[in-house]
Design a protein around this ligand. Sequence first.
Ligand code: ZN
Length: 306
Amino acid sequence: MTNTILIGGIEAGGTKFVCGVSGLDGRVIEQIRIPTTTPEETLAAVSAFFDQAQARHGRLSALAIGSFGPLSLRPDAADYGAITSTPKPGWSDVNLLHRLARTLDVPMTLDTDVNCAAVGEARFGSGRGLDSFCYVTVGTGIGVGVMIDGLPHGGANHPEAGHIRLPRAPGDTEFPGACPFHGDCLEGLASGPAMEARWGVRAELLDADHPAWAMAAEYVAGLCVNLTYVLRPQRIIIGGGVMQSAMYDRVRQALSRQIGGYDASVRDLDMGDYIAAPGAGASAGLRGALALACRAVTGTWPDERG
Ligand code: ZN
């Protein structure tokens, strides 16, 4: 099968922008990692990559962007397409769609980084065959992508479940929290930077039996219990740098305990299946963005195309 139609995707993160070009099968023909520095420098490099890729391979029919946020995603909003109040220095009120449209004449769509990763997991990873699931990342920040009936959930704007409020874990009484907006929201208590601020050492350097892990698992489980009750997903896929392999069983055990003896449909969940690691690889966000671009052009997902 030859693909004459080309599409582009961007996974826009706080440390790097991963940009790629593929055919409608979603297989990446060319990709690049661009460090996230200033908006001017970073977006100029992004535009240059797609300019050069189009010169080599042909015109793109669509470009989908999965970005860190918060984002303005309502098409009728005055700032539609913008990163809004991010703690990332220099990036607040940067309108990604407007900036890229100055140099790239391609129809573009924008969604959150976690919704794009959720799409990547839905098509190629641990969400395959599921209609409704959540994708959670616990790393530099905490974000939640929500798939409902096979599509990423938007609503009035994207979900912000990383900033929910939870009861303090046992013994966690002194730490004020690290979220610049809310202090001790979930992200302020359990993200990688929050763990470093609380324990004085980077999370990945903490011993496996350090009490930090049980506390982090308690908070991640608190998120999962709320997602379970609000959305009743078929699965919760959790990735991100804080989710070391031993964390999964800790989260499963804490989640079972937090559910208590409540209704059988949640009490009897198979936790090994319900709380899952990602399966679409490190570039799930890019693959998800490319899948959204494919769907924008054809109305079908890349893995559904024979
Ligand atoms: Zn917050």
